[in-house]
Ligand binder design. Structure first.
Ligand code: BTN
Length: 244
């Protein structure tokens, strides 16, 4: 990962640029980094604040041989890589919130948006989109956020060298992807669970069409959240978690 790195001053969304490059056949491991995004995309159709020169906005192409249903495993892999990179670069403790948020002191620092091109049986490629608030100041955040957000600078009080951070992140991604290709999803899932604060916690899950409250029991192989609703287990594929 990172043999080909494309750095852009500004683009609409690194995921869009990378998706097009992947369609044109760019090699696995190609990375696109932008200094600013004019239309940064978040999960569930939301936007991702992407001011210039302070944060990391990047996307990575992977070409795993796997069925599309297993692709969420790569989301968990990239979240673990981001958590590791944060802990290697700062003295902060990074927690994972299902499915793909990174929290520090309860505030969101980073998010992942993975997009995929696939046929029924097999994945063509996956674009891992990673956004990390690094040196962003409080006044640069939008005021209408659903959950509290922060940056590594705000939490640690120190500015971080973005280039060094990117190198650390790409190395962790590369290491984890190697482990994943050789040993499968098991080690990634275990590290994901140990870094999440979900086990046994009471939570409210807002899904598209309904809201549920229950006790979180873990995640399954497809990345679904397992929620205990008074003894009945519910598998949730996508939604917004609020710990209660
Ligand atoms: C989320 O938590 O909602 C996901 C945010 C993902 C943001 C990153 S920034 C780099 C890449 N390009 C995008 O447009 N989005 C992702």
């Amino acid at each position: 990962i990172g043999k080909r790195i494309i750095c852009l001053e500004e683009t609409d969304s690194t995921n869009n640029v990378t998706f097009r490059l992947a369609e044109e056949g760019t090699a696995e491991g190609t990375v696109v980094i932008a200094d600013a995004q004019s239309r940064g995309k978040g999960r569930l159709g939301r936007s991702w604040a992407s001011p210039k020169g302070v944060n990391l906005y990047c996307s990575v192409v992977l070409r795993p041989s796997m069925p599309p249903v297993a692709a969420s495993q790569l989301t968990f892999l990239s979240v673990v890589a981001v958590a590791r990179a944060i802990e290697l670069s700062t003295s902060l403790k990074a927690w994972i919130k299902w499915p793909n948020d990174i929290l520090i002191n309860g505030r969101k620092i980073a998010g992942l948006l993975n997009e995929m091109s696939a046929e029924t049986e097999k994945v063509n490629f996956v674009v891992l989109g990673i956004g990390i608030n690094i040196n962003m100041r409080q006044e640069q955040f939008p005021t209408d956020l659903r959950h509290p957000a922060s940056s590594l600078y705000i939490e640690s009080g120190a500015e971080l060298d973005r280039n060094r951070f990117i190198r650390t992140l790409l190395k962790e991604l590369d290491d984890l992807y190697d482990v994943y290709l050789q040993r499968g999803y098991g080690p990634v899932r275990e590290e994901w669970l140990s870094r999440s604060q979900l086990y046994g916690r009471k939570a409210r899950i807002d899904c598209q069409d309904r809201t549920m409250t229950g006790i979180i029991r873990g995640i399954d192989d497809m990345g679904a959240l397992l929620l205990d609703l008074d003894g009945r287990e519910e598998r949730i594929l996508s939604g917004d978690v609020t710990l209660l």
